[in-house]
Design a protein around this ligand. Structure first.
Ligand SMILES: Nc1ncnc2c1ncn2[C@@H]1O[C@H](COP(=O)(O)OP(=O)(O)OP(=O)(O)O)[C@@H](O)[C@H]1O
Ligand SMILES: Nc1ncnc2c1ncn2[C@@H]1O[C@H](COP(=O)(O)OP(=O)(O)OP(=O)(O)O)[C@@H](O)[C@H]1O
Ligand SMILES: [Mg+2]
Ligand SMILES: [Mg+2]
Lengths: 248, 248
């Protein structure tokens, strides 16, 4: 049975998509069969792996709203399998509101392919709406990417509350397995202080920081994870270390 | 009549909140009466100005869903007046779905205070849902903060399409008045290239970049705009320049 990990944080621009792609690539390098699921209407993950959303007839939108089988929409991006998103997904929030059991839709879809993968990573949008709720209901683990800025700290209490609500109501097995400090600049006092606060709030769960590097932005333009774009780059190594920690 | 400016971009973490606060402060410094409206359920703007959301009995949520007068919820933060948000706002997306004329709710509320202000800035959440649609329907101008990374470029076409749809359906006077390159690192080739692409896509509308500085993250911890936190800082000057451009 596949392990299902949600990359979630309603704060925007903290490295959810970048972490899903690079952690996924590091797990695949270890021989794991990895599925990346894009449930963000921005379709950043789909685009960053150069899957052209405009050529897709079907996407995760059709799986959630029209019972199209998940296996019908899967795309290959190097060593990674991707369930892509398109902009149609923006309409899903409104369409699913009145649906019975709407939180379970993604969990049900992932169950149909769980035997084919070892790890399923879900890239969430920057909100706590119905799409992120679907991801947290389907997942057994949550990884929380965080930028070490005060403004990113603030939303964590809201996120933890939402996770606790989901544990009580729809998914008792959900666990926060880690907090990933991303785009970290160790030359600033502010980021060091915020990192300290994170370690106090989440004792034993804060991974080694992933340092800020413009090369991560370049990888999205190139359509590749860092370990393919620049195999010797320390950023790729940091995600390898994270993958190894998760596998223990 | 107040000028109403929406800070919008569904890409997360591109400096919407930071731009609303610092542009607002620069306009107030020029003697303008400025209202900042927080319609993001994360309530980043409310928190970054150290308005304690947990002590508020009413917020923008009550204005949109219970017809509480906007003037009843206003708070003062130094030279700025703020219409604060609380986490309740997350429920508004679902509650407003079936409401008649739901796109106009914010516009109607702002009309009740428009005579008291010269500039009203609206800080949008990182999505194109009903809250951002309310902001774009109420506004006469849109400012688009963008990080000069490939991943931030991608969503602009979606944003422009949404703006065009709003112009056709609910708000014909809406105009894109500017694109603000934020958190800019001029020592990288990638950001220079993306800035060039922005200038091609939005000729004549791209403002001077606001450079990356950790001091912006510190201002949120201090609860102040940059021009109060560190009056000589070039980041504050960059927003003063932007304010002057807007006033012409
Ligand atoms: N370690 C890093 N160093 C420098 N830039 C990074 C790093 N990680 C991610 N980035 C860049 O920062 C930006 C934000 O990252 P990303 O898009 O992955 O965040 P996100 O949380 O998925 O955003 P959203 O909330 O919009 O979904 C992107 O342009 C990405 O290329
Ligand atoms: N010029 C800058 N230099 C460095 N950091 C900045 C700059 N502008 C903003 N920041 C920081 O970057 C982070 C993202 O900015 P901000 O929260 O304003 O973006 P946003 O678009 O409002 O995010 P969201 O999509 O979550 O609403 C914050 O931690 C902020 O302090
Ligand atoms: Mg993302
Ligand atoms: Mg914001």
């Amino acid at each position: 049975m596949a392990r299902i990990i949600a990359l979630a944080n309603q704060k925007g621009g903290v490295g959810k998509t970048t972490s899903a792609i690079n952690l996924g690539a590091a797990l695949a390098e270890q021989g794991r069969r990895v599925l990346l699921v894009d449930i963000d209407p921005q379709a950043s993950l789909t685009d960053a792996l150069h899957i052209d959303a405009s050529t897709l007839e079907r996407s995760i939108y059709d799986v959630l709203t029209r019972q199209v089988p998940l296996s019908d929409i899967l795309q290959q991006a190097g060593s990674l399998t991707v369930a892509p998103a398109t902009i149609d997904l923006a309409a899903a929030e409104m369409q699913l509101i009145s649906e019975m059991g709407r939180e379970q839709l993604l969990a049900d879809a992932l169950a149909t392919v769980a035997m084919q993968f070892d790890d399923i990573l879900i890239d969430c949008p920057p909100s706590l709406g119905i799409l992120t709720i679907n991801a947290l209901t389907a997942a057994d683990s949550v990884l929380i990417p965080v930028e070490c800025h005060y403004m990113a700290l603030r939303g964590l209490a809201q996120l933890v509350q939402s996770i606790e609500k989901i544990q009580r109501r729809t998914n008792p097995r959900l666990q926060i397995v880690g907090v990933i400090p991303t785009m970290f600049n160790d030359r600033t006092v502010h980021e060091g202080e915020v990192l300290g606060m994170l370690r106090e709030q989440f004792p034993g769960k804060v991974a080694m920081p992933i340092r800020r590097s413009i090369k991560f932005a370049e990888t999205a333009l190139a359509g590749k994870p860092m370990i393919e774009y620049d195999p010797a780059h320390p950023g790729g190594q940091a995600y390898r270390d994270l993958a190894r920690e998760l596998l223990q």
